[in-house]
Design a protein around this ligand. Structure first.
Ligand code: ATP
Length: 336
């Protein structure tokens, strides 16, 4: 039902200028996010996840963005700067990968959270503002908020800084929250705490969340649906259970295969990691299956010339027909 859709992206292209030409880092991406849903976007470094997130927030200054990014039926791409400033940080907000670069080193924690609140409600009195800041610090589990409020980012641990950034992101109860690798910079214990916090906030806020990560463990724990990106394109999209139990695209299968599975040791014996990396933007193949070069043992004729996303089950989309013929090299050996 379209009214349920908080965000609907249609045929989005985000291109960067390299030398004399534009190259699409996000290439014809369509997806949607509903209220109270976590959509995970996974893919290895360079696949276009951050470019997609930054496009939704319109944070790319010099990129060329084409297509539609409908946030509650309003196209973000067409918004004026004033409208964008209204929406950004209020209706949609982002948690960045690295809090140290996202936070202002010259402002205290309290000033930064206060600013996020004040920008969208200039009538707030100092007293109310202070109370709200303390309340937010409590919500994100920061101990001794009355003390931390006057500290600067460099005085806090990485986990605490990430909590401050989350406090800023949720300050105005956004309806859409984009978390770009929110735990990458943190150690494992703190990672788990931050994920618990995001989960708690999701339940409380009724927001839609886009969670960008390359960590499939995080996906399994947090996501309702998953979009797998490779070289700027979505190659597979499905609900989380389907994606883990019936992955189809060779890239998805390769990603899943690269994670040791402690409950299924039979799979571990066959662990195969597909070699190579996502090609750089200017060197991406622009026709045919972009994953073709990384699975050379699959015959060229198995790929489509212009790979489309096929809906193979309701809500489960896979790009290129090569998935029907794909096997890992080890499996071939076994069949012989
Ligand atoms: N401002 C830019 N100018 C030129 N190329 C860019 C720019 N930003 C990103 N790219 C290129 O676009 C492609 C996608 O990058 P992006 O950062 O979106 O990938 P990612 O999947 O988020 O990777 P990571 O997990 O490392 O953040 C890469 O080839 C990258 O080099």
């Amino acid at each position: 039902m379209s009214s349920e859709k908080l965000l609907e992206i249609k045929n989005l292209h985000t291109s960067f200028r390299i030398r004399d030409d534009y190259y699409a880092a996000v290439d014809n991406v369509s997806l949607s996010v509903k209220k109270n849903e976590v959509l995970a976007i996974v893919g290895e470094s360079g696949s276009g996840k951050s470019a997609l997130a930054f496009s939704i927030m319109r944070l790319h200054n010099r990129a060329k963005t084409e297509g539609e990014i409908l946030f509650k039926d309003e196209n973000v791409i067409d918004m004026t700067a004033t409208r964008l400033n209204d929406v950004r940080g209020k209706d949609m907000a982002m948690i960045f990968q690295d809090p140290l670069t996202a936070l202002n080193p010259l402002m205290t924690v309290g000033e930064q959270i206060g600013e996020a609140l004040f920008l969208h409600d200039r009538k707030l009195s100092k007293k109310v503002l202070n109370d709200r800041v303390i309340d937010l610090l409590n919500q994100v589990g920061i101990p001794r908020p009355n003390y931390v409020v006057d500290q600067y980012p460099h005085e806090l641990s990485g986990g605490m800084r990430q909590r401050v950034m989350i406090a800023i992101a949720i300050a105005n109860d956004p309806e859409l929250l984009i978390a770009d690798e929110p735990t990458t910079a943190l150690d494992v214990t703190i990672q788990a705490q931050i994920l618990d916090l995001i989960r708690e906030l999701k339940a409380k806020m009724d927001a839609g969340i886009i969670l960008i990560t390359h960590d499939l463990g995080v996906v399994a724990e947090m996501a309702d649906r998953v979009a797998v990106m490779y070289a700027g394109e979505i190659v597979e999209i499905a609900d989380v259970q389907t994606l883990f139990e019936q992955p189809k695209h060779p890239y998805t299968r390769s990603l899943l295969n690269s994670v040791p599975n402690s409950t299924d040791t039979s799979k571990q014996d066959k662990l195969h990691v597909i070699q190579g990396i996502v090609p750089s933007l200017a060197n991406l193949p622009r026709t045919g299956c972009r994953f073709k070069d990384r699975i050379p043992w699959i015959d060229d004729s198995m790929h489509e010339d212009n790979p489309e996303l096929h809906e193979i089950e309701p809500g489960h989309f896979v790009r290129c027909s090569c998935y029907q013929h794909f096997h890992f090299p080890e499996e071939e050996v076994e069949q012989k």
